[in-house]
Design a protein around this ligand. Structure first.
Ligand SMILES: Nc1ncnc2c1ncn2[C@@H]1O[C@H](COP(=O)(O)OP(=O)(O)OP(=O)(O)O)[C@@H](O)[C@H]1O
Length: 310
């Protein structure tokens, strides 16, 4: 099957700065894909190249098999991008904006689909409101609607839920999941790692223009061994016998890294011997956030070893 997105040795420089460092990436059709990374990692640069807004310095990128430069129109038609920045045309109403956007893709009589999008994004009541009169969250919803007017098989959402309230977030994800189950490929960048973990089945992590992890969400999250044991104790300090244990203080809790469940018994018996009582105990499985933080730490250590400054 043709991959939804295929990127080969793709690089982008801004002067001396390497925003993308010869990356290879294949996103299968039908995936719900998370593109993660800290600020400045290169996510938006990659998206801009795919959307034809930025020219790569070298390498190739294809959307549904169409080269984003040589076959720009075909590639662009297959892609819907929700940009990170709130850009909108202040002169038009919500509905007019969507009709005009449909026109860019040569689509006439798009009313039924526009109504459906407006409904799912809870914008029906604002259909005749001027775009400039919308709240920030509503403007973001309009951007999402604009990206969907031509029913693109590949949808890229760059931080789509920034500034969107909890209720709408839920209904937005339901809609996006519905589109994914109908066969649309979804690529999501977000700093809300919980959202990415719940929704996406594959993930790439970018750091300083390089892909430092690429795997299924399940494999990536379970690549980290061990658990976090959180303890609230009657004493502020850990007993001497536990001082060397990998741990940190988080509010009232001591957060301890343990390898396996047998460690729990060891820790509890040390506490009992030291006459320290446990007021609250929580055991946390590794999650995407733990893995992400570790990956960022490892990448920094590798950079230091290679003499790269952060
Ligand atoms: N037009 C530009 N001119 C110069 N440098 C740029 C330009 N656009 C991006 N950069 C730089 O390229 C690097 C990658 O930026 P990019 O916006 O792709 O990161 P990002 O992963 O999307 O970050 P964020 O999570 O903050 O959105 C950054 O160091 C940024 O400063």
């Amino acid at each position: 099957m043709i991959p939804a997105i295929e990127v080969q040795q793709l690089g982008k420089r801004y002067g001396e700065l390497v925003a993308l460092d010869s990356i290879d990436l294949r996103i299968e059709s039908g995936a719900f894909f998370a593109l993660l990374g800290p600020n400045g990692a290169g996510k938006t640069t990659l998206i801009s190249i795919l959307a034809g807004l930025t020219r790569a310095s070298h390498g190739a990128a294809r959307v549904m098999g169409h080269d984003v430069v040589a076959d720009y129109r075909a590639a662009r038609k297959r892609l819907g991008v929700v940009p990170q920045e709130l850009v909108y045309d202040p002169f038009f109403t919500v509905r007019e904006t969507l009709v005009i956007q449909s026109g860019y893709f040569g689509i006439k009589n798009n009313d039924d689909w526009i109504d459906e999008i407006l409904h799912h994004l809870d914008l029906t009541e604002k259909a005749h409101a001027n775009a400039r009169a919308l709240s920030g969250g509503m403007k973001r919803r309009l951007l999402i609607a604009q990206a969907l007017v031509h029913k693109p098989p590949v949808i890229i959402l760059d931080e789509p839920t920034a500034g969107v309230d909890v209720d709408l977030r839920q209904s937005l994800w339901q809609f996006i999941q519905q589109l994914n189950s109908q066969g649309h490929t979804i690529v999501l960048t977000t700093h809300y790692l919980e959202e990415a973990e719940a929704l996406c089945n594959r993930v790439a992590v970018l750091k300083q223009g390089k892909i430092i992890a690429l795997d299924s969400m399940h494999n990536l999250v379970h690549s980290t061994r061990g658990y976090t044991l959180k303890l609230r104790l009657t004493s502020n300090d850990l007993p001497a016998a536990l001082q060397a244990w990998p741990s940190k203080q988080e509010g009232h809790f001591h957060s301890m890294q343990i390898e396996d469940s047998a460690d729990i018994g060891v820790i509890l018996s040390i506490l009992q011997e030291a006459d320290v009582r446990v007021q609250d105990i929580q055991l946390q499985q590794p999650d995407l956030e733990t893995v992400f933080m570790r990956l960022m730490g490892t990448a920094m250590e590798t950079d230091k070893a290679n003499g790269v400054s952060a």
